[in-house]
Design a protein around this ligand. Structure first.
Ligand code: HEM
Length: 461
């Protein structure tokens, strides 16, 4: 990431790399990206063919790794309709319940252990939202064997599908290595014995369940079963790590900025004192500072560095650039978010920069490019269809966490607070993760709400 930033400083916002059989272009100018992906969406919305994404999608089924064919349009339309705000808002109770469980876990585990790495608890919450809404099922906790089973399905996919996946993706001449090392055989075997049976089971259970769940709506679109399995796999992969990692970064940031946290507490307390209840997503306009913090955190640490690559299907001329047919084009979100032509003093953590732009992330992503808040959800015809769901999940999680907890840095061996390094990140497949770290979730003493944990030590900032 840092190397690419150095290149951008030296050569400008467009970097071309020769990646074996294919040229790659990486963009840090969001306005140029918009011209390519949105204005020229008809020729800039295919996906490059990589060995493992091709195996994963059975040659282009599902939504994420398929080209925009008629079949893809039908599948994507189904996703967009099923994940549209009115449908997702019908599951408010589920979203609420999962955030409550998450906060209880974070407080309980801190009370038991002193501090904890919140990542797995955040994973459980994000996964449960997808599982409950789509199939009417959930896992109990990080120790639930079903959670481990699903993570056994998620991890190998995420690892193999990123842009820095096996070298044979770019240099087919090294394809023999996949055969030699058994990577391809492992992946195919994993699809046949782990992923597909698990998803098949979830689909059957969802269909038979007496709960209102989205799988029943998906079936109304008459989608072929193999296609449906890949789509369902897309949803779990795209909807679990992304949301939990965005929240993990947010918690690290607020643990290091107590003043920001104090303002969050005050804003939520103010709402509670007026309405005698916690806010829901419908009340978001009354929590502008919390919206700004979410936007600034997701800008500062992009959930994915490059999102998913696109490929142009014809020679394309945009401004003074010629992008030859078959070039892969990547939006470098991190580079865009740190671009001083787009954000004033981009390195500084400053939620106030968004005070004039508190509209929903979904409205911003689908509106005028000059009025976008951040670029994490991509561009044009492939823009993330899960934005609303992600946004509501993040809103609910933040509301519950800051209503009940002080998020504090971990303690070192001498009992002193030792802030988590906000720059310590690594890329795993598609996502940008914080290194394993510890935080403390302490019940607030100054909250007007009753603590969900009555027996533990309380705290205020
Ligand atoms: C903070 C959370 C999330 C982030 C940052 C995020 C980001 C992205 C990005 C960057 C893309 C690729 C866009 C492109 O190709 O231009 C994408 C695609 C996608 N996302 Fe999300 N996403 C999030 C949450 C979700 C959720 C909750 C779901 C659904 C449950 C979801 C489902 C999908 C799907 C199915 C695609 C593929 C769309 C296509 O290829 O047409 N995402 N997302």
């Amino acid at each position: 990431m840092e190397t690419i930033r150095k290149w951008n400083n030296e050569y400008g916002p467009v970097i071309k790399l020769k990646m074996g059989k294919q040229d790659w272009i990486m963009l840090t100018d969001p306005y140029l990206a918009h011209e390519i992906f949105a204005t020229n969406g008809l020729i800039a919305s295919d996906r490059p063919v990589f060995t493992f994404s091709n195996l994963y999608s059975y040659g282009g089924l599902g939504v994420s790794f398929s080209n925009p064919t008629k079949r893809w349009k039908k599948a994507r339309t189904a996703l967009l309709e099923v994940l549209a705000p009115p449908r997702v808002n019908g599951f408010t109770d589920i979203l609420d319940y999962e955030s409550d469980c998450m906060v209880e876990q974070l407080l309980t585990r801190t009370a038991q252990q002193g501090q904890l790495d919140p990542m797995l608890t955040l994973n459980v919450a994000a996964l449960n939202v997808v599982l409950m809404i789509v199939y009417g099922q959930r896992v109990e906790s990080v120790d639930d064997p079903f959670f481990k089973l699903i993570m056994d399905f998620v991890r190998p996919s995420v690892k193999h599908l990123g842009v820095e996946g096996p070298i044979s993706q770019f240099l087919p001449v090294f394809g023999f290595l996949d055969t030699l090392m058994g990577t391809k055989r492992f992946f195919l075997n994993y699809l046949a014995t782990v992923r597909d049976p698990l998803l098949q089971r979830l689909i059957e259970q969802g269909v038979q369940s007496d709960k209102d769940c989205l799988i029943k709506s998906f079936l109304e679109y008459d989608i072929d079963r193999k296609d449906l399995i890949v789509m369902m796999s897309d949803m779990i992969l795209a909807g679990t790590d992304t949301v939990s990692i965005s929240l993990a970064w947010l918690l690290i940031f607020v643990s290091n900025y107590p003043d920001v946290q104090k303002k969050l507490h005050a804003e939520i307390d103010g709402f509670y004192n007026t309405h005698q209840r916690l806010p829901t997503f419908k009340d978001r306009d009354q929590l502008p500072y919390m919206i700004c913090v979410q936007k600034e955190c997701i800008r500062h640490r992009s959930t994915t560095v490059f999102g998913l690559p696109h490929v142009v299907t014809q020679d394309l001329v945009v401004r003074d650039y010629l992008i030859p047919k078959n070039t892969a084009v990547l939006a470098n979100f991190h580079g865009m978010h740190m671009n001083p032509d787009v954000y004033l003093d981009p390195e500084s953590f400053n939620p106030d920069r968004f005070l004039d732009n508190t509209k929903t992330m979904m409205a911003a992503a689908n509106g005028n490019v000059n009025a976008r808040d951040h670029f994490n959800f991509g561009f044009g015809r492939r823009t993330c269809p899960g934005i609303h769901m992600a946004e509501v999940e993040m809103f609910n999680a933040c509301t519950k966490i800051f209503a009940h907890c002080v998020v504090a840095p971990p303690l070192d061996a001498d009992g002193k607070e030792s802030p988590v390094d906000m720059n310590a990140s690594y890329q795993s497949g598609i996502v940008l993760l914080p290194y394993p770290h510890q935080l403390r979730f302490l019940p607030r003493t100054d909250s007007p709400l009753e603590s969900p944990l009555k027996s533990s030590t309380s705290s205020s900032l």
